[in-house]
Design a protein around this ligand. Structure first.
Ligand SMILES: Cc1ncc(COP(=O)(O)O)c(C=O)c1O
Length: 398
């Protein structure tokens, strides 16, 4: 069976984790893996999650199967969180949400859903996009293309070129957007630009597929759902993959959801039946632990308030690291402009280093960065920033 199999090289980020773990240098920094870190370099559980998990364990009486929809309270709360409690589409019964194993699980179900709905569908994604998008959709047989997005020369959005490319898309095409905190480039459309993109989607009739993996990390919970809401107001069909890995810090519990908006309630039920069929063939039913915890949080006013404030703390810390890093780079004699760090959002930014410079950072300074020079800003702290800037100045020859 296995004789023709060849080893596949490990994911570069996983390789970096291993190299960082065995590196004896006490000054080593891991800027690769995409998890939020506090000032001490840890990825702690949120207090609201710790409390809700205790309540959940105390109240639970069975672990019998739940069925393909999983925790229905979680699904209802996620619909409200994403589309807004007063969303017309929700009130019209056009939305269905089903929990999935993480945001990645949601994306895989979406890929299978697109393939079932339109076997020849083409999916367009930003250039660049999250590396796993590029692996996951083709693995389900969905053809992928890219549209212009990030301008490396100015570290900003290629808005006009993106719009010109999207104006070529048409009904039956799917177009993937990152709702906020773009991974890997940190650049998002502003609210006016989102509005123009949503109008174009309605005019051209393509189906928006929105990946929202960092809700609350850019401007706020509701603010970061803007793209979901604008598309839903304008388009008859929308597909959303959400992840609770980062904003509930429940990475290993694998909590996410697929939401679809259909033209009417009857069609939404049809699509739901296809989603249930896809999940049945893949993993039968989603895991309940994480969604049950989040259901408790989002059903409690007090725990929800606490969650919102804990997300705000993470967002504010990342934003303050962005300004401190940008300012300290400038005051340490590096002439290259890194002020884009302050204009971008979320955990990721490209530092604009060559592969050779990235390797020097690793080999000479034990600073681990993926070859694209994408860094996780949340991995900086008061202890390691000066050392990073010293290494940066050396490899930039400044
Ligand atoms: C853009 C994007 N989408 C989706 C995900 C999926 O997250 P998870 O499967 O861990 O919930 C990630 C995680 O890094 C991401 O960066």
């Amino acid at each position: 069976m296995f004789e023709h199999l060849k080893a596949i090289p490990a994911d570069p980020i996983l390789g970096l984790i291993t190299s960082h773990a065995v590196d004896p240098n006490p000054k080593k920094i891991d800027l690769g893996i995409g998890v939020y870190r506090n000032e001490q370099g840890n990825t702690p559980m949120l207090d609201c999650v710790v409390q809700a998990e205790k309540l959940m364990i105390a109240a639970q009486t069975t672990k019998s199967y739940l069925g393909p929809a999983g925790v229905t309270g979680f699904n209802a709360s996620m619909s409200k969180l994403l589309f807004g409690a007063d969303s017309d589409a929700l009130q019209q019964g056009r939305v269905r949400t089903v929990q999935t194993p993480g945001g990645t699980g949601a994306l895989r179900v979406i890929a299978d859903l697109i393939k079932s709905a339109r076997p020849n569908a083409e999916l367009w994604a930003s250039d660049p996009t999250w590396a796993n998008h590029l692996a996951l959709f083709p693995a389900a047989g969905v053809n992928m293309h890219s549209y212009p997005y990030f301008d490396a020369a100015t570290s900003s959005l290629r808005f006009d070129e993106m719009m010109a490319s999207l104006a070529q898309r048409r009904a039956g095409d799917a177009v993937l957007f990152h709702a906020c905190c773009h991974n890997p480039c940190g650049v998002s459309p502003d609210p006016d630009q989102w509005q123009a993109i949503a109008e174009l989607a309605a005019e051209r009739g393509f189906t928006p597929v929105i990946d929202i993996a960092y809700m609350g990390f850019e401007r706020g919970i509701d603010e970061d759902a803007l793209a979901v809401r604008l598309f839903t107001e304008r388009c008859p069909e929308v597909i959303v993959a959400s992840s609770c890995s980062k904003n509930f810090a429940m990475y290993r519990d694998r909590v996410g959801a697929i939401s679809i908006v259909a033209e009417n309630s009857g069609k939404a039920d049809d699509v739901l039946s296809v989603i249930n069929n896809v999940t049945r063939k893949n993993y039968s039913m989603p895991p309940a632990h994480g969604p049950a915890v989040i259901d408790i949080i989002l059903s409690s006013e007090q725990l929800t308030e606490q969650w919102i404030s804990e997300v705000a703390n993470m967002r504010n810390r990342i934003n303050s690291l962005r300004s401190t890093l940008s300012q300290q780079i400038a005051t340490n004699g590096i002439s290259r402009d890194f002020t884009f760090l302050e204009r971008q959002s979320g955990m990721f930014s490209f530092m604009g280093l060559t592969v050779e410079q990235v390797h020097r950072m690793r080999d000479e300074f034990s600073i681990y960065i993926v070859d694209s020079a994408r860094v996780n800003v949340a991995s900086f702290n008061q202890q390691n920033m000066a050392y990073f800037i010293e290494a940066l100045a050396t490899v930039l020859d400044e």
